[in-house]
Design a protein around this ligand. Structure first.
Ligand code: COA
Ligand code: AMP
Length: 632
C-alpha cells in the first residue's frame, strides 16, 4: 500500500523525509540542519534555512511565467461582487502595502493585528506582513472589542489593519468602530490603524492614528521580499484555551511552508494551476493555511468567499461557486453541510449545477456525524473526507491522503495518521491503550514541520498545557480511539473547549462573563448538542438570594453581556435559572455531568456528589426549557 509505505518512512526517518519535502520549495538559503532543538528542548525545523512566504506565494510564480494566472477569485454574494486577481495583481498590491508598512516604521519582528472581513485586502495584509517579516495576528471578525483588546495587550501590535465594515446576513459589522473601542479598552496603544474603506453605511469618526489603506498603497514603493530565517514567526494566531485567556499559537516560516506545500499535494490532491476552495474565514487556522498560504504556495487559485452556505442568497451558493470557478477540492465544516441539508434536504439545488470539476469534498473543524457525511457523499457523488487537525498543528493530523492513494472511507472516523504524526491513544498513566479503547489522543514527539513552535509570551503555558501531561508526547486535548485497521475516531474535547459551528470557544471564558453579572451567585457554562452547529453553550445560573429583578430580565442581560464581551460568534443564547448546581463535596461543579444529562448520554452520578437529589431538579429544568435532547 502506497500510503502505508509513505507514512512509515516519515516516522522511521523524519529528517530524511522532511528534507526531501523541504527541497520542493524555493529557499534563499537551503537548510543544512534539518531537525534540531530550541532553547526549551522542543523540536525546530530547518533552523539555518532562509526563505520568504510572500515570495513563495507570489514572486516565484511570476518568475516562472504564471503572472497572469488567477491567484485569488473573490466571490462575494453579500456585495454581489466577483473579482479575479492574478499573481501580477497580487504582487502589485502586496509589495506596495509592504512598502507602506515599512514607511509607517514597521520592521522585521514587529507585530501587526489584522481585523478584517473576507475581502482581498485581508490576504494582501497577511502577505505584506510576511514580505517584510512583520508577525501578523489575524483576529476573527465575530469577536467583540473586548476580545480584540486582550489580543492587543498580548501581542502589542504597532499597527492594526482593518476595514470600515463587514457584512453579515442582514447586518453590518462595524469593524473600525470595534477597533477604536478595543484601543480604548487596551492598555497598550498601537501607533496606527490602517483602514480600508468599503461601502460605508454608517459615518465612522476618524481618529488621529488612522491611515487610509488605499492612499497608503498608492503612495508607497513596491518592495522586494526579505529573506527570513526558517524559525522566524510568521504569525500568531490566538485560540481558545481552558482558561479565560486565549493562547497565541506561534507558527514558524520554513516548517510551515514545507508542510503546506506537502498538504496541498498529498492530502488535498491538487496540482499547481488548479482551483482550491476552503470555505472558512481568515480569522481561523483554516483561513491561514488553506485560504491563504497553502494554495498560493502551491500555485493554486484560491477562492475567497464572503458569504454563508445558506441565505446568501440560498442553499445553492456553494454549488454555484464550485461549478462557476471549477473548484477541484473543497473544504468546509460539517455544520455548513448540515445547514444546507436543512434547507434543501433532498439536494434539489445540487442538481442545478455541473459539479464534474469537483473531485473531493473535505470536512473538518468539528466531529462529522455519519448522516452528514453520507448525505454529502450521496448528493455530491465524490469522496467526502473527514479530516482532523487544530490551530496548534496548522495542518491535518488525520486524513485520507488522497494525493498518495485514496483509502477506504470509514464514516465516523477522521481517517488515518498523516505523514509525520505518530498518533497514540493513552490512558491516564500515559500508557498506550488497546485498539477500540478510548483514551487521550497524543502525538509522539518530534512533531513534523509546520506545527506550533510555542505560545506567544507564555512558554510556560505551552510546556504545561501540551508537553507535560504525557512526557515525550504532544497532548492534543482531544479524546478518541483507534480501530483494528488503524483508523482514528475523535470523540471530542476532554477539556472545557467547545466547538460551535466549527468555531472553537472556551466555556471558561463565557463563565467568567456570566459570573460577573451583578445578580449571579454562581454559574456553570458548558456545551450541549445542537442539531446544526454541533454544539452550543448553555449557562446554568444560581441567583443571589436577595435578588429581586425579573428572571427574564436577568437572562437577557447575561446573554447581552456575553455577546458584548466575547462576541456574536459565541452563539450564547440559553441561560437557565436553577436553585442549586450539582457539586462534589469539595465544591467542584460537575459540569460534565450536567452536559451528559442534557445530551442524554450515559452518565454516572459520582459518589463524591454532595447532594444527589439535585439531579432530579436539573432534569426538570431541562425538560421545561426544551434543552438538548430533552425536547419532548
Ligand atoms: N464577523 C462578524 N460576525 C460574525 C462573523 C464575522 N466574520 N461570523 C459570524 N458572525 C456572527 C453571525 O452573524 C451570528 O450573529 P447573530 O447572532 O447576530 O446571528 C453569530 O456570529 C453566530 O455565527 P454563526 O455561528 O456562524 O451562525 P450563523 O447562524 O450566522 O451561521 C452557519 C450558521 C452554520 C451557516 C455558519 O456557522 C457556517 O457557515 N459555518 C461554517 C463554519 C466554518 O466555516 N468554520 C470554520 C472552521 S472550518
Ligand atoms: P481549531 O483549533 O479551532 O481548529 O479546533 C480544533 C479542535 O476541533 C480539535 O481539537 C477537535 O476537538 C475539533 N476538530 C477539528 N476537526 C475535527 C474532526 N474532523 N473531527 C472531530 N473533531 C474535530
Amino acid at each position: 500500500m502506497k500510503y502505508q509505505n509513505f507514512y512509515n518512512k516519515s516516522i522511521e526517518d523524519p529528517k530524511e523525509f522532511w528534507e526531501l519535502q523541504a527541497n520542493k520549495i524555493d529557499w534563499f538559503k537551503a537548510p543544512k540542519t534539518i531537525l534540531s532543538k530550541d532553547q526549551y528542548n522542543y523540536n525546530q525545523w530547518f533552523k539555518d534555512g532562509e526563505l520568504n512566504l510572500s515570495y513563495l506565494c507570489i514572486d516565484k510564480h511570476i518568475n516562472e511565467g504564471f503572472g497572469e494566472q488567477n491567484a485569488i477569485i473573490y466571490d462575494s454574494p453579500v456585495t454581489n461582487t466577483k473579482q479575479h486577481i492574478t499573481f501580477n495583481n497580487l504582487h502589485h498590491e502586496v509589495s506596495k502595502l509592504a512598502g507602506g508598512l515599512q514607511q509607517l516604521g514597521l520592521q522585521k519582528g514587529d507585530t501587526c493585528i489584522i481585523y478584517m472581513p473576507m475581502i482581498p485586502q485581508a490576504l494582501y495584509a497577511m502577505l505584506a506582513c510576511a514580505r517584510i517579516g512583520v508577525i501578523h495576528s489575524v483576529v476573527f471578525g465575530g469577536f467583540a472589542p473586548h476580545e480584540l483588546a486582550i489580543r492587543i495587550d498580548d501581542c502589542k501590535p504597532k499597527v492594526i489593519i482593518t476595514a470600515s465594515n463587514g457584512i453579515e446576513i442582514e447586518r453590518i459589522i462595524p469593524y473600525k468602530p470595534f477597533v477604536d473601542e478595543a484601543i480604548v479598552k487596551a492598555t497598550y496603544k498601537p501607533k496606527h490603524v490602517i483602514v480600508f474603506e468599503r461601502q460605508l453605511i454608517v459615518e465612522i469618526p476618524m481618529k488621529n492614528y488612522d491611515v487610509d489603506y488605499t492612499s497608503l498603497v498608492e503612495r508607497s514603493p513596491a518592495i522586494e521580499a526579505v529573506p527570513m530565517e526558517s524559525t522566524h514567526p510568521s504569525y500568531i494566531l490566538y485560540t481558545s484555551g481552558t482558561t479565560g485567556t486565549p493562547k497565541g499559537i506561534i507558527r514558524d516560516t520554513g516548517g510551515y511552508a514545507t508542510a503546506l506545500k506537502f498538504s496541498m499535494k498529498y492530502i488535498y490532491g491538487v496540482n499547481e494551476g488548479e482551483t482550491f476552495w476552503a470555505a472558512s474565514d481568515v480569522g481561523w487556522v483554516v483561513g491561514h493555511s488553506f485560504i491563504t498560504y497553502g494554495p498560493l504556495l502551491n500555485r493554486n487559485t484560491t477562492i475567497l468567499f464572503e458569504g454563508k452556505p445558506i441565505r446568501t442568497p440560498d442553499a445553492s451558493t456553494f454549488w454555484r461557486v464550485i461549478s462557476e470557478h471549477k473548484v477541484k477540492a473543497m473544504f468546509t465544516a460539517p455544520t455548513a453541510i448540515r445547514a444546507i441539508k436543512k434547507e434543501d434536504p433532498t439536494g434539489e439545488m445540487v442538481k442545478g449545477y455541473d459539479l464534474s470539476c469537483l473531485k473531493y469534498q473535505f470536512l473538518a473543524g468539528e466531529r462529522c456525524d455519519v448522516a452528514t457525511l453520507n448525505w454529502a457523499e450521496e448528493k455530491l457523488k465524490v469522496p467526502v473526507i473527514d479530516h482532523w487537525w487544530q490551530t496548534e498543528s496548522g495542518w491535518p493530523m488525520l486524513a485520507n491522503m488522497v494525493g498518495v492513494d485514496l483509502q477506504k472511507i470509514k464514516p465516523g472516523s477522521a481517517g488515518l495518521p498523516v505523514c509525520g504524526y505518530e498518533i497514540q491513544i493513552l490512558n491516564e498513566e500515559g500508557e498506550e491503550v488497546a485498539s477500540s479503547v478510548e483514551g487521550y489522543v497524543a502525538v509522539k514527539l518530534p512533531l513534523p514541520p509546520g506545527t506550533l513552535s510555542n505560545l506567544w509570551n507564555n512558554p510556560e503555558r505551552f510546556r504545561l498545557g501540551y508537553l507535560e501531561r504525557f512526557p515525550g508526547y504532544y497532548f492534543t486535548g482531544d479524546g478518541g480511539y483507534v480501530d483494528e485497521d488503524g483508523y482514528v475516531f475523535i470523540t471530542g474535547r476532554v477539556d472545557d473547549i467547545i466547538n460551535v459551528a466549527g468555531h472553537r470557544l472556551s466555556t471558561a471564558e463565557m463563565e467568567e462573563v456570566v459570573a460577573a453579572h451583578k445578580s449571579v451567585a454562581e454559574c456553570a457554562v458548558f456545551g450541549v448538542h445542537c442539531e446544526i452547529k454541533g454544539q452550543k453553550p448553555l449557562g446554568l445560573v444560581v441567583l443571589k438570594h436577595d435578588e429581586v429583578s425579573e428572571e427574564q430580565t436577568i437572562q437577557k442581560e447575561i446573554i447581552k453581556d456575553v455577546r458584548k464581551e466575547i462576541g456574536a460568534v459565541a452563539s450564547f443564547r440559553d441561560v437557565l435559572i436553577v436553585n442549586r448546581l450539582p457539586k462534589t463535596r469539595s465544591g467542584k461543579i460537575l459540569r460534565k455531568l450536567l452536559r451528559n444529562i442534557a445530551d442524554e448520554m450515559n452518565y454516572n452520578i459520582p459518589s463524591t456528589i454532595d447532594d444527589p437529589s439535585i439531579i432530579k431538579e436539573i432534569i426538570m429544568v431541562y425538560k421545561a426549557n426544551q434543552i438538548g435532547i430533552h425536547k419532548n
